[in-house]
Design a protein around this ligand. Sequence first.
Ligand code: DC
Length: 217
Amino acid sequence: MASIAIDGPAGAGKSTIAKLVAKKLDYIYVDTGAMYRAIAYELVRKNVDIEDEKALSDACSKMKIAIKYENGIQQVYMNGENVTPYLRNEETGDMASKSSAKAPVRAALLDIQRNMAVEYNVVMDGRDIGTNVLPNAETKIYLTASADERANRRYKELIEKGESADFDKIKADIIERDERDMNRDIAPLKQADDAVLIDSSNMSIEEVVSAILDNVK
Ligand code: DC
């Protein structure tokens, strides 16, 4: 099976791009961030103190996570419940960034992610795919953009949805999340030595997709 690993900071456009690349190649798109978000959602729901090691590992050991594809779109099930609709919000993303630094949380997902790449041709996006989850992926991409550009995209997205948005706060949150994801002890976000760097700050979605396709081995 073939694997394309796409890593990079929050808001770099990984999921939009990864979905399009997967569609072009008829691969499966695996969104690992959604898996970390599902755990975060459950930790918030169960009111677990993530700084309490025993409470956290007990909570993780009770989580049964399953990934399914419905009409080609990834769904994350937590203990039999499809939690996918509840994962894409700032609170869950923020908790995912914090809880994903913890060993029991990462251990709960590693085999699930590796097994998907054994079973299917995948485009997998996240923070540690090229460095840790799939070190032998045929194609590795590190997709980034300036913090200003990433904040700007997020700002526009919220305004288009009719929601209120504060550019400075969005930018500060993005920088804080990057710092946490890059500086944790276990599997921090970093460019794999053999990954191709793409800075999408001044690129269209189509340009990024074709740059990635040019690198597929
Ligand atoms: O990509 P995302 O915003 O959905 O990810 C949410 C958080 O999950 C991110 O801040 C860090 C964590 N994460 C991770 O640690 N490793 C991954 N492979 C994917 C996400």
